[in-house]
Design a protein around this ligand. Structure first.
Ligand SMILES: [Zn+2]
Length: 115
């Protein structure tokens, strides 16, 4: 008689395949580029022509439209701008020596005292 039993082999693996739930918690975030465009957006020109009173002082803002000028599409303040005869009003860019585009002009109130 043979009561010999085959040894029970446990073929099941208790470990199983480890499943990584968090393979790389140190994954760095990609750097955020806050300003990818080196050229600023063009400043829109005034929707209506600016009407100046003659021989008055204004405060104004202006921009340079010269392509390639370091002042191109930057906005500048002019604290005091004289209107001359009311039509010959201009701001010249100090970088390209071309006439700038006046964006806004505000009559100074009160007007500066004449020297
Ligand atoms: Zn310029």
């Amino acid at each position: 008689m043979s009561s010999e039993q085959a040894p029970i082999t446990d073929s099941t693996t208790a470990e199983g395949d480890p499943v990584p739930t968090n393979p790389d918690p140190q994954t760095p975030e990609p750097p955020i580029d806050p300003d990818p465009g080196p050229t600023p957006d063009p400043i829109p020109p005034p929707t209506e022509p600016i009407v100046y009173q003659p021989y008055m002082w204004y405060s104004a803002t202006w921009t340079c439209r010269t392509v390639g000028c370091v002042n191109e599409n930057l906005e500048f303040d002019v604290p005091m701008l004289y209107s001359n005869n009311g039509t010959n009003v201009g701001v010249f860019c100090g970088r390209c020596n071309k006439k700038g585009l006046i964006l806004t002009a505000t009559l100074l109130d009160p007007q500066p005292e004449p020297e």
